[in-house]
Design a binder for this molecule. Sequence first.
Ligand code: URP
Ligand code: ZN
Ligand code: ZN
Ligand code: ZN
Length: 510
Amino acid sequence: SQSNQFCDAGIGYGESACGTQISSSKLLIKGGTVVNAHHQHIGDVYIEDGIIVAVNPHIRVGDDVTVIDATGKYVMPGGIDPHTHLDGDGVSTVSVDDFFSGQAAALAGGTTMHIDFVMPVDGSLTAGFEAYEKKAKKSCMDYGFHMVITKWDETVSKEMELMVKEKGINSFKFFMAYKGIVMINNELLLEGLKKCKSLGALAMVHAENGDAVDEGQKKMIELGITGPEGHALSRPPVLEGEATARAIRLANFVNTPLYVVHVMSIDAMEEIAKARKSGQRVIGEPIVSGLALDESWLWHPDFETAAKYVMSPPIRKRGHDKALQAALSTGILQLVGTDHAAFNSTQKALGIDDFRKIPNGVNGIEERMHLVWDIMVESGQISVTDYVRLTSTECARIFNIYPRKGAILPGSDADIIILNPNSSFEITAKSHHSRLDTNVYEGRRGKGKIEVTIAGGRVVWENNELKVAPGAGRYIQMSPFSYLFDGLDKKDAIYLNSLQAPVKRTKPST
Ligand code: URP
Ligand code: ZN
Ligand code: ZN
Ligand code: ZN
């Protein structure tokens, strides 16, 4: 059974996890500062059967209600991570966090929903979807799916339609890198963008020039640079800038919205800034590693330490981190993800003699909410309402699940965190909840501590203890035609109209 599977795993998430429901279905969060993306105020939040029923200054309840005191603390929508790879295939190995351990880690860090990337199986979207449906059965929090497109033919085109109309997927990702594995060319990207537009689905790109990366890698190996630093040297920011610009221009040509995942460099960020300034609908997603780290770790003399920082696009030089933070605070970039793709040190060691064989990916699903708070709010770069927008609300709007998710409003799902701004956090591999044996934020401390996480109306994290059960998480279907598509048809019509104006051309005189 599900619960046996959990108990046998012996990860020790607390006894109440083994099969039993965790808490009363009626909850009152009293006296906290309730924060939404638009507004904050002191008040109570009353929850019944997983749904927020009331948000008011003083709510009176009976004895059958569990009361949580949030005085002096922030009561905010649970985090939504738009970018994760749980139970995912690396090039040669499968990531260590599955849908249960990755989500348990997420909940301990205040994230109550994530959107994971489904990989097609032998090019089949349907087979890919079914495989991920199985992987996700053990979920302990809500989740949604993006779908990756790796090839193009009539079948793929029809399957995209099926995914949108019947499976609750409203976004497709295209890899412009990883040549010979999942990389697509301009022709496929154009077909994909057109299809996305017609379905009202959001096109997402991993933007690096894969041909040039391949070239850069060969050059590093020829030079004898085989260590993790070769990873950064082989795929510099200019290649991320080029692919970002190209994807943006093709999306402009097709007139469809574009979402750039893991924006890691100033080069890519500035392309997004320019496009947005000209009125194009482009979303830029920085990830926590890009905001919090710099590439110097890749030069660390200890291979195990250096290799844990290998991800693509690479973590950049000092300065890119600060620029991405600033872009986030001024609205050039809109939301923060993690790209959580967890490979432990034995897996990373596959590339001990050749950086090209190091599985790409870093952790972050558990750390995102604390680090964004510390880096962005504690530094005074953004307000607490902005924090809610960047970690939750904007993601819900982009993927069309707002206000069910991303808000503390009557009728919304009861996915809520309580953050104590006067407490502090510390990150270590010893104390984290991921299955990883390492952590790229090892030893990092900061202000603010998520003391309580409520997912689907159940208290799943309290007193530094997880109370999670496999199977409690639900698949969240996401409808097409989010706000990003509003009015696109008008723009198309105006353009078509402008083509109809006849050209008065005089005949050549004979
Ligand atoms: O290095 C990374 N980012 N691994 C995960 C796959 C991807 O490119 O998003
Ligand atoms: Zn309000
Ligand atoms: Zn990627
Ligand atoms: Zn990714």
